[in-house]
Ligand binder design. Structure first.
Ligand code: ZN
Ligand code: ZN
Length: 284
């Protein structure tokens, strides 16, 4: 028996708080998959909750920030349901060179008192440099997917308060560069990618993937109490080695857990033998 699929949100109004046009990717997926009515709320300045340009730092965790956005949206939109999304960037933990973008999107159902979280991670376009002349900046722009990915310009260093954003053509870039250079003390200009969703297509792509993950969970329903969001909470290791048949660290089963009741469901993985190359017993 597969996972039960249902749709509780057909025709329901769901608030989405965003100032950075995230509705462009979230909206079509929600209306297509859930047939829900997404209400975009852009009257609240989400930059108050934290910015990528460091003038306001985020309070609490990434999930806290996403939840806060969903709650504010529900309050303004007067809806029972709300969506909030929040992104973060870290260096690739293995190679250390490629920036990784981690996106989460939360759905709050105040009627059932549940929260369902979708997530995605992917490489991202997030670079910075210190430049001394226009040629250096033009080269940086050319190599870093400008103007599709927008840039932020400021004098001297990454924390200088006089920055220019919403730069999406060469003419604007040159203007911002000249202005920054003029007030710079060290005759240097700091350039970095604008990480706001609408200014960064790679981020937008990851938000789309996180939304797909969320929708998959939202449509999966507990067969005992009918609560949506019935999804994988943990993996059970112990898949037997193909050679010596001892239990390995590889996943044997995925455990689905209900957000409301105690019902769990175990789904065994398709392959029933683990790769001996990763076995702790016969291939130490
Ligand atoms: Zn349940
Ligand atoms: Zn083995």
């Amino acid at each position: 028996m597969g996972i039960k699929i249902s749709n509780f949100y057909q025709g329901e109004s769901i608030s989405l708080l965003t100032k950075h046009h995230k509705e462009k990717v979230i909206g079509p997926l929600f209306s297509k998959t859930l047939k829900a009515d997404l209400i975009t709320i852009d009257s609240y300045d989400t930059d108050q909750l934290g910015t990528f340009t460091r003038e306001i730092s985020r309070q609490g965790s990434q999930l806290d920030a996403a939840r806060r956005k969903a709650e504010i949206g529900m309050e303004i939109g007067r809806t029972k349901y709300g969506i909030g999304s929040e992104g973060s960037f870290v260096q690739d933990p293995y190679a250390g060179v490629i920036p990784i973008n981690y996106e989460i999107i939360i759905f709050i159902d105040s009627l059932r008192s549940i929260e369902v979280v979708g997530q995605a991670r992917g490489s991202s376009i997030n670079h910075h440099a210190s430049v001394k002349n226009w040629q250096e900046l033009a080269k940086f722009a050319r190599l870093n997917k400008f103007p599709k990915h927008q840039l932020v310009i400021r004098p001297d260093h990454q924390d200088h308060p006089a920055f220019e954003k919403d730069i999406n053509n060469l003419e604007q870039l040159k203007k911002a560069f000249n202005k920054a250079l003029k007030i710079s003390e060290k005759k240097k200009v700091f350039v970095e990618h604008d990480l706001r969703a609408f200014a960064n297509p790679t981020r937008m792509k990851n938000i789309k993937e996180a939304t797909k993950d969320l929708l998959l969970k939202l449509r999966s329903v507990c067969s005992k109490c009918q609560t949506p969001g019935f999804s994988i909470s943990r993996h059970e290791p112990g898949l037997p080695c193909a050679l010596c048949e001892m239990p390995s660290n590889q996943t044997k089963a995925k455990i689905y857990t209900c957000l409301k009741c105690d019902y769990e469901r175990k789904e065994y993985v398709k392959s029933n033998k683990a790769d001996p190359g990763k076995c702790n017993f016969c291939n130490p």
